[in-house]
Design a protein around this ligand. Sequence first.
Ligand SMILES: C[S@@+](CC[C@H](N)C(=O)[O-])C[C@H]1O[C@@H](n2cnc3c(N)ncnc32)[C@H](O)[C@@H]1O
Length: 359
Amino acid sequence: MVNLSLHLTQACLRAPNLGRRSASRTVRTICSASTYPKSDIVFPYSRIHQPVMLDEVIAHLAPQPGKVYLDGTFGEGGYTKRILDEADCRVFAIDQDPCAIDKAHMLAQAYPDRLEVKWHEFGKLGALSRTFDGIVLDIGLSSGQLASDRGFSFKTDSPLDMRMSSTSTHGSLRRLIPADVVLNQFSAEKLAGIFRQYGQERFARPIANEIDKRRAKAPFATTHQLVDAVLAAVPKRYAREATIHPATRVFQSLRIYVNDELGQLQSGLASAANALNPGGRLVVVSFHSLEDSMIKKHFRALAQEAALSEELPDTDGSNGTVFRILTKRAARPTSTEVDQNPRCRSAKLRALERVTSIR
Ligand SMILES: C[S@@+](CC[C@H](N)C(=O)[O-])C[C@H]1O[C@@H](n2cnc3c(N)ncnc32)[C@H](O)[C@@H]1O
């Protein structure tokens, strides 16, 4: 039944011209449709995503009773559930994917009055106009999204979409361009730039040229058409010897581009620091070197700014708001976790605390 509910939500995702409010109403209606036996729609729902570095996230966030935490990337709720189980606190959960929001509403039924859910993107965290005692961001894709038929995986043949949310149903959220439009309409030069910049793809230009050649005959519509083009462009010997599938980087770079993941991270980091209460912590788990270096630089700049302001007179009345980096080096998953969940192998965790110094 839960799968049916998600399937229907995906159908609603594709429904054209729905305003965001009516779409979120549709999500709720589907979740609470009277045709579903209640026991089938409340938590536990099926979860295939294994939360990454869960113990480390919780250790850094250190949930306390009476406090309120923001899970900026609810996904399948692994972090949210553990935060709620750790202390008698409250969680505000957001995600840009309405399928994740479906699940969040189900989990909320198991934690009455303790879990608030909003369909929202973390790049617009400031628009929430709230502050939190801790914020966690787990950047990237959930296993549920990867296994869906939305074009994220090169393993299954599905429409080339890759949007984590949807243009038509998110009136006030970003308008995302689906991957097939990018592939069919962007110049070969621009495509090569995307593959190079976001995927560090060695054969970016030959792959873009192959796409250009093929789309002149028929537009790209499915993931396997893209896989075929990549395999045709990459030298055979390289494809045989590569430790990852030759299409991995192309798929990753397209997904990052389609969802403007780096833009979201940049604006999300800027507003997250401002949304922290004194003593509050920001914990970020990322999977891509470009993301990690952005997080590292941002944390350092905040800590440095704070160190400077400590030495200056308190002219702005901030009373010396200080950010302290809690992870000098990024924390990594243990070898046991990597053995159990190979998808977490590139994860890096960084944490920051907002402390207010008494002058
Ligand atoms: C790796 S999953 C999170 C998994 C989660 N920590 C758990 O334990 O189940 C990442 C989630 O972040 C969401 N996401 C990615 N970018 C986002 C953004 N800019 N705003 C809100 N949610 C976003 C995705 O839709 C996805 O559901």
